[in-house]
Design a protein around this ligand. Sequence first.
Ligand code: AMP
Ligand code: ZN
Ligand code: ZN
Length: 398
Amino acid sequence: MKRLTLTLCAMVLAMASWAVSRDNYTVIISLDGFRWDYPEAFDTPFLDQMAHDGVKAVMTPSFPSKTFPNHYTLATGLVPDHHGIINNNFVVRKTGKVYSLSNKETRTDPQYYGGDPVWLTAKRQGVKTATVFWVGSDVAIQGDHANYWHDYLTEGNMPYTARCAEILRLLCLPEQERPHLIMAYFEQPDRSGHKNGPICHETRRAMESMDVLLDDLWQGIKHLPYGAKVNLIVTGDHGMTWLNPERQINPAQYLDPAWIESIHNDFPVMINASKPAYVNDIVHALKGVDHIRVWRRSEIPAYLNYGKNENMSDIIVLPDVGWYFSADKLKNKGSHGFDHTCSDMWVAFRAIGPDFKRGYERQGTFRNVCIYPLLCHLLCVDPSPNDGSLNEVSDLLK
Ligand code: AMP
Ligand code: ZN
Ligand code: ZN
C-alpha cells in the first residue's frame, strides 16, 4: 500500500513538473530545409543562445522528407500516409487529377487534407490561433482557418522582416483577440540548399541571415510586457543533401514507356503502370539496379510508414541518399525527400521560453509527429488522434 502511494505521488509530481499555463503563448517558426547540423556548421549566435537558455534537439522528419508532407505532419501529428499529403505532387487515383504544390486548384482543395491541424484543434477549444503561411493554413480544411491567416498565393512574397513584424503585431493585439499559437514559415535555407548545396558559402549566408532575423524577432518578443510568457520554437521540415550529375540514373535505360501511365520524378519517384500486368515488368526491370530501391505499394518496408494511402502509386522508387532517378537534367546541387532515417534529412530543433528547460541538450532524436501533441500540451487543449506521443518529448519541458 505504502509503495502504491509513493508510486502515485511520484506520478503526480512527474506530471506536475511539466504542467503548463494557458496564459502562455507559443510561436513556432519553420525554416524550410533547416538541417540539424547547420547551427554547428555555421555562425548562428542566436540559435546558440536558444540552446544555452532553452532546449536543443534533433528531430527526424516523416517519410518522404519533402516540404508539404512534413509541414502538414507537424501541423496534424499524422504521418503523410495518414493525413493524405503523401508528396509535393501525386496522382489522385480516383480522378486522375494531379495534386501539386504548384497547382492552385488541387493545392487549395480541402478534400486532400486529412487530420486535424493544430490551428483548428485549438480554435475549436477556445484558443485563438494564427498562421503566417504554414502549409495547409490557407486551405479551408474542415471549412475553416486559423483565427488569423495569410494566403501564400497572393501574399507569399511578403519579405521576411514583414513576416516577423506580423508575428509581433499579432502578439500585440488586445488580450481577448491575441492568438496563443502563431505558426510561421520561411523558405530559407531550403532555397539556397537546393541551388547551392547544404554546407557551402551561400547556404551559410542564408542561414546566418535567418539567425539575425530570429534574434530581432526574439528581442521584440522579449520587450513585450508579457514577453516572459512566450515560448519560441525554431525548427523545420527536413534536411538537405548534395546531388551530383555523376549520381544520376536514367529510367529510360530500364523502362519501356508503354508500361507507364504516369511517373513523378520526385523523391521518391512514384510510378503508375498503364496496365496492372506491367507492374511486375517495371519492378523486375528495376530490381537489382544499383543505388535505387524499388517496391510495389504493398511491399514498402514498415519503417517508412508509407504505402497504405489510397493515392499511393503502384510502385515507388527510392534512390540512395544523393542519387537521382530521372531523365531530366539535374538543375539543383542539393535536395531532400530521401530515407528519413538518413541523418542528412534530420532537422534542427530549438525552443526557449517559460515551458522549456534551460540549457538542456536532448540525447537521441525524436519524431516530428510529436510536435502536434507538444503544441496541444503547451496550449492546454486536447489533441485529436495522432501518430505522435507527448511522452517522447516531455523531457524538453520544465
Ligand atoms: P520542396 O523544396 O520542393 O519540397 O518545396 C519547397 C517549396 O514549397 C518552397 O520553395 C515554397 O515556395 C513552397 N511552399 C511552401 N509553402 C507553400 C504554400 N503554403 N503554398 C504553396 N507553396 C508553398
Ligand atoms: Zn521543405
Ligand atoms: Zn526543398
